[in-house]
Structure formats: C-alpha cells, structure tokens
Design a protein around this ligand. Structure first.
Ligand code: FES
Length: 566
C-alpha cells in the first residue's frame, strides 16, 4: 500500500507529541488569518518573496505576487507567500556573493519546514535566482522559478541607456576626464529607471536564461521585461502550474539533470552570458550531485556559436531580445546541439516546447546558427601554472588582439592596495603590462567581489588606453567588458600560484591554447612559497565564520562543502 503523504496544511506538523493536536492548533491559527475551512483543504502553494527596500530590482514584486496568487486560486490552490532573504546587488557589503549561500539555506529550510506542496520562487537580482534554485534543488519540492524580468532602457539625449554596461562606459569616460561631475550626476538618474533587473546580458539576465534553459522557469519567460503585462501573465501561469505540480509532482532533481545542465551551458555560451553564471550553475548542479567541469565548458564552447547581439558584447538590450523572440528563439537555433528529451517544470520536454513555439525571430538580435556573431562560445577556461584549477575569460567581451601575448606583471596585493595605487602618479605601468590583483577570491576576506574589472590606471586611461590584460581571483560583473581573466584557482588567499606573482614577473596568455602561465622557475616559486603567509583574518563569528570555514573554490561554485550533494 502506498504510504500516506499528508498534503497542504497537514504536512510537516509541529512536534507537540500529539499529531491530532498539532493539526488542530495549526488550523485554528490559520483560521485566525481569516481562511475558511474549505480553503485550508486546498493544496498549498508557497510563494517565496525576495522583495526588500534594499532591492530596487524587485520593487514590482507586490504586483507580480498578486498575479501568482490569482493563478493559484484560479487553479484551486491556496497561495501563501513568505519572505526570504533578499540580495540587492549594490546594497551589500563586502559583496552579495558572500550571502548567496545564506539565502540558499534560507530558501531550502523555509521550503522544507513550512507546509507547502509546491513553491513559486520569485527572484531576479543577480544572486537571488541562483540562491533560490540552489535551495529548491536541495529541498527537492516541486518549484517554478518566476523571474523579475529586465528593466527597460531609457532614452537620454538621443541614445538609449540601460544598467549597467552604460554605467561603466560613462564612468570610464569620467575617469578619463571626458565627462564632468555635473554630467555624471545627470546620467546617474537615467541608468536604471524602471523596476526589474539590469537591462543587458548581465548576470541576472544570464541566470534568467539559464533558469529557462534548465527547465525550471516556464517557457518564454526569461526575457519578458519587468513592466510588460506578459510578465504578470507568466506570473499567473506560474501560480497555476504550481497547483498542478502539487498533485502531479515534477521535482527539481527530475529537471536539473546532467543533460539539462549541458543545455544551460550551451545557452550561456550562445548568449555571451556572464562569467558569474558558470559559478552559479556549478553550485546549482552541485546541489543535485552533478559536476560541471571547466574542461567540458571548453569543449562546448568550441562548438557553440554566439548568437545574441546584446550588451555588453553587442548593441541591444534585454527588452529587444524579448521582442526578437526571447530565449525560445536562441534555443531553436541551438536545437541540433541540445538534449531535447529534458523534462521541464511545465510538464513538457524541451523538444515538445520547441516544436510548438512561434518561429518569429528578429535576426538583428538573434542570429542564425549558420551566420553567428562568433563561431565559438562566449566563455573559455584557461589552465596553466598560474591557474592549475582553472580561470575564466569572457572572450566575447575581450579584445582578441590581447589573446596571444606575454606581459610584465604589475601586482596589487589586495583591493585596498589597488584602490590606493591604481591612479597614483608613482605607479609604473605601461599599456602592454598585465595588471594582477591578488587576494580577492572566495576566502580572501572580501568574499570574491566583482572587482576583477580592474580600472585602467588613470594616466593610461587619459592617454586613450581602453583595455589591458587583467588577472585576478575575483569575479566580474556580467555587464562589464575587457580582456579580464577571472576566478583564478586556487585563489591567492589559499596559497595558489597567484599569491606568488611579483612585480616584473612575466606572464603568458594564450587563449588559443587555453593557457595562462607564470614564467617563473619552479625552484623560485618553491622558494617564494616557503615564505608565503595567508592574509590575516580578523576574529570571525556568526555567518562570516561559517562562510570562511566552508566556502569552496570557484570551480566548485563557491558553495559550502556541506551543502553540495555527495
Ligand atoms: Fe539587480 Fe543588476 S542590480 S540585476
């Protein structure tokens, strides 16, 4: 006989030593919120709400969540929203990345501990979607990812502006002395003018595309702008679908499979997506026991063309991608490369979805497979004596003229050192040098911030230098661009070779050979290692202590060792 599984409010009763009493008490307290007995019999759909006054990207969530509730009620369920941690990218110190795992634990535990049969995860800003997917994968309750949707660009003095590639472009002009303080203040008010996530193919948009490609978000939902009525309709549909999943479950572990992760990697490469996404996808996959290898990334990158012409690598915005056919149009082009038998939360396989979706596509934004923007994918992993466990380069956002060269290291030992010296007249640096930042990785005390986009030293910027080879164990915003080698592993704070680089050392990069090497003899490196000391951490307590003791390196997604599935 099948085991009786309690449903709805009868799930996971609070332990008082008397199950009947626990249910009676729960119903009684639920009735204090005005629910009728009939409502309390319905399947319960939790709505994980990550809104916060410190998260501009989620400011439309009240309206979005109303639409989810409408869908749940219409399908015969009971919607119950609950708050979780929110991670507003620019409001957190030292970096939102430090708190992604905290949010994932919050989501996992609240989904598991509270009586719900399915959950709609409402998130969008950079780390929120990875955190929700990581938590949902670990809880393994049926879940639908509902995305915030991107911001709209703003017309400003004859051009369109959108966070945050344009933020960086204007700041670089300001640093070079070409935009004055008054103008930069004007621009500041016109970069992010609507609700939603950054308007370009940054980390939030990339993770939205990945959520759809994995099959965890409803088809066609990734690129719908936050303020478009379709965003509310997909919220309603997500609520409806969650009610169906409550009675006919499809669990995250059935959706996030090895094949689905490979599909997501293909999409990441084809959209010229954010370098951060490789860390997040690795962490999500790790929650269901799937390894993402950087060598595999390189194999896929060699056979996946870049098809989407969005900033920061191209010219358009996410709202243009939606109008051009969305991620569905990208998936259709990639069809011969995809595993079409992957199940999605919508109850259809990827192949069934692609067979049905509209053939409309705007070729200015989504190129044909046979005439791509680039015949190879946007990201590559580099290995070598400087990065034995790998490093990432977003080649689609980099200058190919800097791909095969050797340069002299100009080293900054920390973010504080970088801030103190990068613009100083005493800095000895030339355009062909390689800027190296140490101690900005996961256990550096800065928690791997988006600092890998080292600014061009002011004197070179003023002389017109736009790009240089920059190397670090930090991350980079998905909205940034440049020849920037990131996520060097092992990181400097863990004693990786990056910690041993000194001013004047020669470094060789070869994107063709996927290599990055420190041209210093092994004997000299052994000598340097013998006197190396890790950065001194201040006394830690609470979450910072947990983080420092358990965070893994970039190639393991920077997840905590105890959260990954064995
Ligand atoms: Fe939230 Fe960019 S700040 S997505």
């Amino acid at each position: 006989m099948a085991k009786y599984e309690p449903k709805g409010f009868a799930r996971g009763l609070t332990h008082y030593g008397d199950a009947g009493f626990s249910l009676y008490l729960r119903r009684s307290f639920a009735k204090s919120m005005g629910y009728s007995g009939e409502m309390l019999e319905r399947p319960v759909v939790g709505i994980a709400d990550s809104r916060s006054g410190f998260n501009n990207c989620h400011r439309h969530f009240p309206e979005l969540i109303e639409a989810v509730k409408r869908g749940v009620l219409a399908a015969g369920g009971l919607p119950v929203e609950f708050p979780t941690t929110s991670l507003g990218e620019v409001f957190l110190s030292p970096t939102s990345m430090m708190f992604r795992n905290l949010m994932s634990m919050d989501v996992e535990e609240m989904v598991r501990a509270q009586p719900m049969d399915a959950v709609v995860l409402v998130g969008g800003c950079d780390k929120t979607v990875p955190a929700q997917l990581m938590g949902a994968a670990s809880a393994d309750l049926p879940a639908v990812q509902l995305l915030a949707g991107p911001m709209m660009p703003t017309s400003f003095r004859g051009e369109r502006l959108g966070a945050c590639t344009d933020c960086r472009r204007f700041w670089a002009l300001h640093r070079a002395g070409n935009v004055d303080a008054a103008e930069i203040e004007n621009i500041e008010g016109n970069l992010a003018t609507t609700a939603g996530t950054c308007a370009v193919m940054g980390t939030a948009s990339t993770m939205a595309a990945i959520a759809e490609a994995l099959g965890m978000a409803l088809p066609g939902s990734a690129a719908i702008p936050a303020v478009h009525a379709d965003r509310l309709r997909v919220a309603e549909a997500s609520g409806r679908r969650a009610v169906e999943l409550a009675s006919t479950p499809i669990r995250p572990s059935q959706v996030i499979t090895g094949k689905a992760v490979e599909n997501a990697l293909r999409v990441l490469l084809a959209i010229g997506g954010s370098t951060n996404a490789i860390v997040h996808l690795t962490a999500i996959a790790g929650r269901v026991g799937i390894e993402v290898s950087l060598k595999k990334l390189n194999e896929l990158s060699d056979s996946t063309p870049v098809l989407v012409d969005l900033k920061p690598t191209g010219q358009y915005y996410m709202s243009d991608l939606h109008a051009a056919g969305g991620i569905g149009a990208v998936l259709r082009e990639l069809k011969p490369l995809l595993h079409l038998d992957c199940m999605t939360v919508g109850g259809q396989t990827l192949g069934e979805i692609l067979a049905k979706n509209s053939p409309w596509v705007d070729r200015a934004v989504v190129r044909e497979f046979k005439s791509p923007l680039s015949p190879v994918g946007g990201l590559v992993a580099l290995f070598g004596s400087l990065a034995p466990n790998g490093a990432i380069l977003k080649r689609s956002a980099a200058d190919p003229q800097l791909f095969e060269r050797e340069g002299k290291a100009v080293v900054f030992s920390s973010l504080d050192d970088l801030a103190a010296r990068i613009d100083g007249p005493a800095l000895e640096v030339a355009a062909q040098d390689f800027l190296v930042l140490q101690n900005a990785g996961p256990t550096s005390g800065y928690a791997m911030p988006e600092a890998g986009y080292l600014p061009i030293p002011a004197k070179l910027a003023r002389a017109g230098v736009k790009d240089m080879v920059r190397i670090s164990d930090a991350r980079m915003s998905g909205t940034a661009f440049g020849t920037i080698v990131l996520h060097v592993s092992p990181e400097a704070a863990a004693g990786g070779p990056l910690a041993l680089v000194r001013n004047g050392d020669r470094i060789k990069i070869s994107v063709k050979e996927r290599r990055i090497d420190l041209l210093v003899s092994e004997a000299e490196l052994r000598n340097r290692k013998s006197s190396w000391k890790p950065p001194v951490a201040p006394p830690l307590r609470g979450y910072a202590k947990l983080y420092m003791e358990h965070v893994l390196q970039a190639e393991h997604g920077c997840d905590f060792d105890f959260l990954r599935k064995a």
